[in-house]
Ligand binder design. Structure first.
Ligand SMILES: Cc1cc2nc3c(=O)[nH]c(=O)nc-3n(C[C@H](O)[C@H](O)[C@H](O)COP(=O)(O)OP(=O)(O)OC[C@H]3O[C@@H](n4cnc5c(N)ncnc54)[C@H](O)[C@@H]3O)c2cc1C
Length: 369
């Protein structure tokens, strides 16, 4: 076996919401833990923004109340459908969260803020666990002769400490990035000041009792374990815009699902700081039977599709924080752990997923009359 530079009880690969939640639990339990991430900073824009009541209750149990304080609380949900003349009309207005379910309601706040709160919480609980960036694992090996021994460190990982150039992700195509991002608040500034740990370009060998891959949908850990994603892609493409809208649509600050007569559907998710997230069906972008080339989709194209759906109301924006496009798919891994020593943790649920209608029916108790 390769001599290790160090040993740790748990090594977490990936410091997104899943990795940071796990690190928070382990810090409460005072279990020796390291957490690495390939990005040189936490996420600054885009991705998840919806918090269910149960998540808010768990965060509250950790003493993390900043999500509830900063987020936009969802009180109602509205459905718009075409009338007999094909003009969209509001057909349903219902409570967003069923009465009596929780003392919280569903809330919306950018994922980067959530990561900020976890990082601050970890600092506040003794600073024992810090995210090490930018670091990637390059080898994972399990010594099967040691897996039954509770005091053994049977998982060996090689870690590569990257340079900033190797690690800096592009977080928004042609939308301005970096220090001047509009959603950047003062307490993120520290993350943007590159701090040399003196390890860039070096390699390290570490032995762990347990490894948990929290490295997202395209997980490196999953691939090392030999697990495959099974499922299917559809031909349906949705665009996402995080904008401060200029519109006469009356429900722009209410969560809405708008079905037009022939231009497709869109969802309105009102966010913090006057931002609104729009999920927009892109009927004119085809995947051509394969994977959609997302680099070809522009915010202007997504806006145009939204304008058609929401007509006769007007929709425009001056400020776009983030945009993306994605192809609707449902996939599940054929495995999640090996030897009870290496685990892969991932969940991706997007509001426009194929089974969303069924979920919505049970969550929102839509009136039938
Ligand atoms: C447009 C959009 C909207 C969404 N809306 C919602 C929503 O409203 N609510 C919701 O719950 N979810 C939503 N999701 C899904 C949500 O983003 C994911 O479920 C969530 O980010 C998963 O968290 P995670 O920590 O598992 O993975 P990620 O957030 O993907 O984090 C993975 C982390 O691992 C790091 N990493 C990856 N590979 C490596 C490696 N080899 N080495 C080291 N580090 C690595 C990455 O840098 C990243 O920091 C949405 C996603 C999208 C794209």
């Amino acid at each position: 076996m390769t001599p290790a530079d160090s040993e740790v009880d748990v090594l977490i690969v990936g410091a997104g919401p899943a990795g940071l939640m796990l690190a928070t639990w382990l810090s409460q339990l005072q279990i020796s833990t390291r957490i690495i991430d390939k990005r040189s900073t936490k996420i600054m824009a885009g991705q998840a923004d919806g918090f269910q009541c149960r998540t808010l209750e768990i965060l509250d149990s950790f003493g993390i109340d900043r999500v509830w304080k900063e987020s936009n609380h969802m009180l109602e949900v509205c459905f718009w459908n075409p009338d007999e003349n094909g003009v969209i009309r509001r057909t349903v207005r219902a409570p967003d969260t069923p009465k009596g379910l929780s003392r919280f309601t569903e809330s919306v706040l950018h994922q980067g803020r959530m990561e900020r709160f976890f990082l601050d919480h970890l600092k506040g609980t003794g600073d024992r666990i810090r995210v090490e960036r930018p670091v990637i694992p390059s080898l994972l090996r399990v010594d099967e002769s040691e897996i039954k021994n509770p005091s053994a460190y049977p998982v060996t990982l090689k870690l590569q400490h990257l340079t900033d150039e190797q690690a800096t992700p592009n977080q928004g195509n042609n939308i301005p990035n970096g220090l001047f991002r509009s959603n950047l608040t003062a307490d993120d500034t520290d993350d943007l000041i590159r701090k040399s740990l003196g390890k860039e370009g070096t390699e390290e060998t570490i032995r762990a009792k347990y490894v948990v891959g929290c490295d997202g949908a395209h997980s490196w850990t999953r691939k090392q374990l030999g697990f495959k994603m099974e499922g299917e892609h559809t031909e349906i493409i949705w665009g996402v815009l995080d904008v401060v809208p200029i519109t006469d649509f009356p429900d722009i600050r209410v969560r809405c699902l708008v079905h037009s007569a022939s231009a497709g559907s869109l969802m309105v998710i009102p966010r913090e700081k006057r931002v609104v997230r729009l999920y927009i069906q892109l009927k004119e972008v085809g995947a051509g039977g394969g994977a959609v080339d997302r680099s070809k989709v522009t915010p202007e194209q997504i806006l145009k599709a939204a304008q058609k759906i929401i007509a006769p109301y007007k929709l425009d924006y001056e400020q776009c924080d983030w945009f993306t496009a994605y192809q609707i798919a449902q996939r599940v891994s054929d495995g999640f752990e090996k030897f009870d020593r290496v685990f892969w943790l991932a969940m991706q649920f997007i509001p426009t997923a194929p089974k969303r209608d069924k979920v919505k029916t049970s969550r929102y108790r839509i009136p039938t009359t």
